[in-house]
Ligand binder design. Sequence first.
Ligand SMILES: [Zn+2]
Ligand SMILES: [Zn+2]
Length: 245
Amino acid sequence: MKILADYHNHTIFSCGGNDNRRHATGKVEDNVSAALEKGLDKIGISEHGFNHAFYGLSKENAKKERDEIDRLNKKYPQIEILMGMECNILDDSGRIDMPDDMKKHFDYVLAGYHFGSKPTSLKSLFHHIDNFITKGFFSKSYNTRSVVNAMKNNDLLYITHPGDKGRVDIEEIAKVAEQTGTGLEINGHHNRLSADMIRQIKHRDIKFFIGSDAHDPKNIANFDRAIAIAKEAQLDLNRIVNIKI
Ligand SMILES: [Zn+2]
Ligand SMILES: [Zn+2]
């Protein structure tokens, strides 16, 4: 098996850009070096979005990171380095935290739901709390609508860790993923999609991706758990877009 690309990993730009070791530990060049060591053709860096309460890329750092990635593409012509973003799905309108004036800095966009995205209303605050405390006992249809509308209203490469932070109707999400051509991630860190979820949806023509979600360079392209999940679900590994069997 060859890993072609890892589109989901974080650097210290996800936590202010200082070497303060709080949320993610590597610099962009550290992640790129790790990707080179693992023989990848391509790496996409995807920091957390702008509207997270505790971490995430700042608009100022987005420009710095773009410059750094452009510099590293010249320094390392043997690998393609892309700049993505793991946007937050903000609420059930499907809005994500990618302002129009920032889109030009990014090569692709991922989106996922996170507890810590800033609430857009009392209702969204309620669902954050419910997802945090009960894994979404009262929020299944809200969470599903959030992901479905995010796919319908945005041009996304894929949805990160679907259903990891609150229950969802994965069959409904898969239906819209198929319609919109949006990928779904088997996350190497969070175990979502799970094997059960994959079994439920693999009859659909969906683009499956694996993302390492590395917060440390040593985990770049660590797809071991995700591959194990895919095998457990008896998914044909040829259907995973960013690996080659
Ligand atoms: Zn995430
Ligand atoms: Zn992530």
